[in-house]
Write a protein that binds this ligand. Sequence first.
Ligand SMILES: Nc1ncnc2c1ncn2[C@@H]1O[C@H](COP(=O)(O)OP(=O)(O)O)[C@@H](O)[C@H]1O
Ligand SMILES: [Mg+2]
Length: 248
Amino acid sequence: MFSSDDRIRKEEEKLKESQKVFGYVFDNSTLLNIYRFFHNGYLDRFEFPIASGKESIVFAASKGDRFFAVKIYKVTASNFKNIREYASSRWGIGKISSKRKLMNEWAFREFENLKNAKEAGVTVPKPIKVYGNVIQMQYIGTKSRPALQIKDIEPSDKIVEQIINDIRNLFLKGKLVHGDISEYNFLYHRGKAYMIDIAQAITTDDPYSLILLKRDVTNIIRFLNKFGYSLNTDLVMKYVKGEADAFR
Ligand SMILES: Nc1ncnc2c1ncn2[C@@H]1O[C@H](COP(=O)(O)OP(=O)(O)O)[C@@H](O)[C@H]1O
Ligand SMILES: [Mg+2]
């Protein structure tokens, strides 16, 4: 049992943590972008922080009683140099020297890729709106708890089917390769796996697309095969590229 002193201390620690997070992330341009979501009626409150990584921070936020996920690309990202190199080699936009502009571009790519993936029939959070470096999308989870990454569940046959088919649909219909597929970038919710974190996706006409596709497929198979599946990389690759009718 917690005494009430313990509980108050815990609450204070939680509050301090979130203040630290806010202070670190919210430079003026980010604050302005967040303000636009509120001012234009997309959101009316932040609920709780979900995750904080090197490049981004994700919150649950709400409008009335509907929850949304808000992903904010950090303008203060420590790996800016890597992202800039990526952007100049992949998109030919080496001219962007401002972190702010580059993070806006990154967020915009994620928004567009989510839209294309959704249209291709891939299970992704539905994108709602992007302002600068801030994206609003469908929230995956319940009001008390965000969805788990699939690394924390035991994938069923149905989930395996769905994941492989989503990688396939993204490739064949969406003309995209995710490029960072792993058990961290799928969320499990109500029997479905949602593909997330898709800003870095590249188009299938990129000379590296098949290399990245193979890396994606290898990564996810390595995870799935831990649960007694015996998926074969070559066959799954064929299936994903539309050169085979089944992957097992
Ligand atoms: N739409 C969403 N609904 C609920 N949680 C989400 C959503 N999008 C991201 N998250 C949570 O935030 C974490 C980080 O998001 P992600 O897009 O993978 O960014 P990063 O680039 O930091 O890995 C995810 O692992 C997941 O826990
Ligand atoms: Mg991620």
